[in-house]
Design a binder for this molecule. Structure first.
Ligand SMILES: [Zn+2]
Length: 254
C-alpha cells in the first residue's frame, strides 16, 4: 500500500512538472488563446483590444482590418484564415501575448489551436495588418504543423507583397544589392534565428531581398502557382523542390 502511494506521488510530481514546463513554454500562446477571459475587450468577431484604447483608435483598427483583407484577397483570391487579432496601446501589456518589447508593429503566432495576430499601436496601419494577415492566411492554408516548416524568407517574402513600406521597396533593393549583384544565400535565411538578426539594417535587408525574390517567383507562377505551392506544402512535399517545380511548370500558362 505504501509502495502504491509512493508511485502515485511520483507520478503526480512528474505530471505537475510537465504541466509547469508546458505552461511556462507556451504562456504567450495560452494568453492569446484565453484572451476573451482577459481584461482585453472584444470589439468585433475575433478582434480584442486593450481597455484604454481610444474609441477613434478602435475605429481605425477595424477600418484598417477591412482594408487589409482586400490586400490579402488580391494575393490569395479569397480569405480562409480566421485569425484572432489582439491590439494594444502599450507593449508592456502586449508582452504577455508574445510581442517583444522592442517590436513596435506586430507579430503572428501559428499554433495548433489557431493563428493569433498581436498588433502594437504603431501597427495600426494596412501595411502591418495585411502583412500579418498573410502569415496567418498561409499558415491556415498549409495547416499545422506543415506551416511551421516554411522557410522564413518565403513567409516574409510573401507577407511583404502586401506591405508597401518604403524600406522594402524595389528602389531600396536596387541600392542595397547593387542592382542584384549582392544576393544572399536564401537557404541561410530559413530559420527565425538566421532571418531576424539583431542588427536592424541587416534584418531589413533580409525582408527587402525576400520580397524581391518572392515577387519575381510570383510574377512567373501567378496566383495559380501559389495555390499549387500551398497544395504541395500541405501534402508535406519538400519546400525547395516544390518552389522550383512550380516555377518550372509555369502554371500561369496551363
Ligand atoms: Zn512578417
Amino acid at each position: 500500500m505504501k509502495k502504491i502511494r509512493k508511485i502515485s506521488l511520483i507520478a503526480l510530481l512528474i505530471f505537475m512538472g510537465a504541466l509547469s514546463i508546458f505552461v511556462i513554454s507556451f504562456s504567450n500562446q495560452l494568453n492569446c488563446y484565453f484572451v476573451r477571459y482577459s481584461n482585453f475587450k472584444q470589439i468585433a468577431i475575433n478582434v480584442f483590444v486593450q481597455l484604454n484604447m481610444s474609441h477613434s483608435d478602435q475605429e481605425i483598427l477595424l477600418q484598417k482590418i477591412e482594408r487589409s483583407k482586400q490586400r490579402v484577397r488580391n494575393l490569395f483570391g479569397a480569405i480562409v484564415a480566421k485569425p484572432t487579432i489582439i491590439a494594444g496601446t502599450d507593449n508592456k501589456r502586449l508582452k504577455r501575448f508574445g510581442l517583444p518589447m522592442n517590436k513596435k508593429s506586430g507579430i503572428t503566432y501559428k499554433t495548433l489551436y489557431g493563428n493569433f495576430i498581436v498588433i502594437a499601436i504603431d501597427g495600426l496601419n494596412e501595411d502591418v495588418i495585411a502583412h500579418e494577415m498573410v502569415h496567418a492566411e498561409l499558415a491556415a492554408r498549409i495547416g499545422w504543423p506543415q506551416g511551421l516548416k516554411i522557410p522564413v524568407w518565403f513567409d516574409e517574402g510573401l507577407a511583404t507583397q502586401v506591405d508597401f513600406r518604403p524600406q522594402y521597396s524595389e528602389e531600396v533593393w536596387k541600392e542595397e544589392t547593387n542592382n542584384g549583384k549582392r544576393i544572399p544565400n536564401f537557404a541561410k535565411l530559413a530559420s527565425g534565428k538566421q532571418f531576424f538578426v539583431a542588427e536592424l539594417t541587416t534584418c531589413r535587408f533580409h525582408y527587402t531581398v525576400s520580397k524581391h525574390e518572392v515577387k519575381k517567383w510570383l510574377g512567373k507562377v501567378g496566383s495559380k502557382g501559389l495555390m499549387k505551392m500551398i497544395d504541395k506544402l500541405r501534402n508535406g512535399n519538400d519546400f525547395y523542390r516544390s518552389y522550383h517545380e512550380v516555377a518550372e511548370g509555369n502554371p500561369r500558362n496551363e
